[in-house]
Structures are given as C-alpha cells and as structure tokens.
Design a binder for this molecule. Structure first.
Ligand code: FAD
Ligand code: MG
Length: 320
C-alpha cells in the first residue's frame, strides 16, 4: 500500500511523538520525582561546654538539644573545674563511691594507661596544675618541685573497688584529670542518645574533636583539617560514623626563654611533651579511643604509631 509523501510525513511525526510519550511515561514511573523535592536543610547550633564551643549540624532539628544535654550532664560529673563534680570530690577526698559512668571512664583510663605504656595517664593532674595549665597562671616550676609532684603520678596508684564502684588513691595529694578522655566519652554518649532518638545524621564538633554520625544526604561528612599555623587547611577528611581527634602543642602552650611548653605532660618526666611533633590526629569508630590515643601518641612521639598500631588495627594515625 503506497502512502502519499504527506501521509508518510504525518505517520513519522505521529510515531516519534508516541515513542517519546512512552519514554517519558516509563521514566516517570521508574523514578517518580518526589514532590515536593525534600529540601536538603541542615540545622546548626553551638554551645559553650567543657571550656570550648560544641557545634552541632544535622538535618534533624532536635539533634543539638540532645547533644548539648548529654554533654552537659557528663561535664557536671567529670569536670575538674566544677567543685561539686564527682572528679573534684574524689580529688579532694582521695576515696569516693562514684556513679557507674565515672567508674567506667576511670576503669577505661587504667586500661589505656597500660596499653600506652603509661603515656596516657590521668594522674598527671598535679603536674597540669603545677605548670599552670589549669588556672592559666603559667610557670616553669623548677626541677625540685617537679620531682616532688612526680611521686604522686602513675595510674597504678589508683585502686578500683568493683563491687561498690569505689575509687581510691593510694597516696594523699593524688588527683586525676580527665581532660584527654572525657570529651571523647561525651561524644560517644551523645551519639548513643541521638540513635536512641532516631537521629542518624549529625556532625558534632567538640572544640576540635569531631564525631560524624551517618552521612550528609548520602555524602560523607567533609572535615577541613586545620594546620598548626592557622588558618591554613592541610587536608580534607571524609568521615562516616567515625571520630577524629587532634592533640597538639599549638593551642594551649606558653613560651619561656624561647622554649614552648604545651599542656600535654610526659608522665615519666613531669615536663610538657617536647617530642618533635606538632600534632597527632586519630580517626577511630569511638570518640573515647580517638581522644585518648591522640594524646598518648603525642606523648610517645614519632614511634607512637609503631607502638600502638597492632593494639588498635582499625585506628588511623596522622602524625605531623
Ligand atoms: P587532649 O590531648 O585531648 O587532652 C590534653 C589534656 O589532658 C590536658 O589539658 C590535661 O588536662 C590532660 N593531660 C595532659 N597530659 C596528659 C597525659 N599524658 N595523659 C592524660 N591526660 C593528660 N577548660 C577550661 O578552660 N575551662 C573549663 O571549665 C573546662 N571544663 C572541662 C570539662 C571537661 C569535662 C573536659 C573534658 C574538659 C574541660 N576543659 C575546660 C578543657 C580541658 O581543660 C582541656 O583543655 C581539654 O580537655 C584538652 O583537650 P584537647 O583535646 O585539646 O587535648
Ligand atoms: Mg582530646
């Protein structure tokens, strides 16, 4: 059957139109557009906690309230700056029945003391005070005073009475400082609370220690690593369900006669660490572990990763 040129033209036009409608129809039904397209909105909030700013970013508006409330209750329990805290009362009395959380974190501290060959040691508190890092009244105390205080240092002088959660110091004058573990612990507690409240995407920045929960609308959370000489950015971390903790000698320090004295103390010598490294960043699933290991590796120096790698195979170490 022969068609006129005009009919042929009409038929071709009709077939193309029908074909494209069929295409659009099938495309719409396999990937129907979500109307209204969910806005990719992130809520931000920050709060002064533990002597620093905590920032929370999440698609869930309730996230920041959950994080701040959890971190604040941990601070009330564990801060050496709050006279009524359990740590302050224990430091005054030398023996105290404490809550399950406090007992847990001191028990973990003793485990890490052994695993890090004494580099992480919460009993450095009297040395932190002696060098002026607690009251910001910095001083180079002199060898005699350091030697005298060193006798109080060593987590093996802490006795844990498991049956009734009593913590006891062997020597009068001993004190503990949870500055290198409690922030990481608080992050882990906050993340646990977020999950219990069905929040599965949140970025928490606790004064430089990060916890990236879940992802950011399908992408990993991107964190800029600031160098020691701010504001340079020395790298970008992509994190998902990880914590990144950095310890260094460029935030809390004082200079005396050209020597830099930082707030991280070598428990063996009693002096601020001078291990030739500027900063250590640790990435781990746990905020507590990341917090502890960044301090411990800073104390151990360049060999820190070699010494600890086998004990913490899933942990990533960045030493500068
Ligand atoms: P990290 O390396 O994680 O920790 C270093 C800190 O740990 C030092 O500052 C010292 O406290 C301690 N430390 C030093 N050497 C060692 C060692 N070898 N082993 C174990 N620990 C060591 N700061 C304020 O100015 N005001 C506050 O009110 C205040 N409240 C706080 C409450 C809590 C619960 C916590 C955890 C911290 C608080 N801080 C406060 C901050 C604290 O004093 C430290 O400056 C901070 O924890 C250091 O954290 P970082 O991650 O920078 O360093
Ligand atoms: Mg830390």
């Amino acid at each position: 059957m022969a068609f006129s040129a005009k009919t042929r033209k009409f038929l071709v036009a009709f077939l193309i139109t029908a074909w494209s409608i069929a295409l659009i129809y099938s495309a719409l039904h396999s990937h129907p557009p979500k109307f209204p397209l969910k806005a990719k909105r992130l809520y931000h909030d920050n709060r002064l906690l533990m002597g620093t700013f905590w920032e929370v970013t999440s698609p869930n508006k309730q996230a920041s309230g959950i994080v701040f409330s959890e971190a604040s209750s941990i601070e009330q329990l564990l801060s050496k700056y709050i006279p009524a805290s359990e740590i302050s009362r224990l430091n005054r009395l030398g023996k105290l029945k404490v809550s399950a959380d406090t007992f847990y974190i001191i028990k973990k501290s003793l485990e890490y003391y052994r695993q890090t060959q004494g580099a992480f040691d919460i009993t450095v508190a009297p040395l932190v005070d002696l060098w002026g890092f607690t009251n910001q009244n910095f001083q180079e105390p002199g060898a005699d005073k350091i030697r005298a205080v060193l006798n109080l240092v060593g987590s093996d002088k802490i006795i844990l009475h498991e049956k009734d959660n009593v913590v006891e110091f062997k020597l009068p004058g001993m004190k503990i400082d949870l500055g290198a573990i409690a922030k990481g612990f608080a992050l882990d507690c906050a993340v646990k609370k977020l999950k219990e409240n069905n929040v599965h995407s949140c970025l928490i920045n606790a004064g430089g220690q990060i916890y990236a929960l879940g992802d950011n609308f399908g992408q990993s959370w991107k964190i800029a690593i600031q160098g020691a000489r701010k504001p340079e950015i020395t790298g970008i971390l992509k994190l998902k369900n990880k914590s990144a903790s950095t310890s260094g000698n460029y935030e809390q320090f004082f200079l005396k006669a050209g020597t830099r004295y930082c707030h991280i103390i070598n428990p063996k010598t009693g002096y601020p660490v001078n291990s030739g490294i500027t900063s250590v960043t640790i990435i781990d699933d746990s905020g507590l572990t990341a917090d502890v290991l960044s301090t411990a590796v800073f104390v151990l120096g360049k060999d820190g990763e070699k010494i600890l790698k086998n004990k913490f195979p899933r942990t990533r170490f960045y030493i500068k």
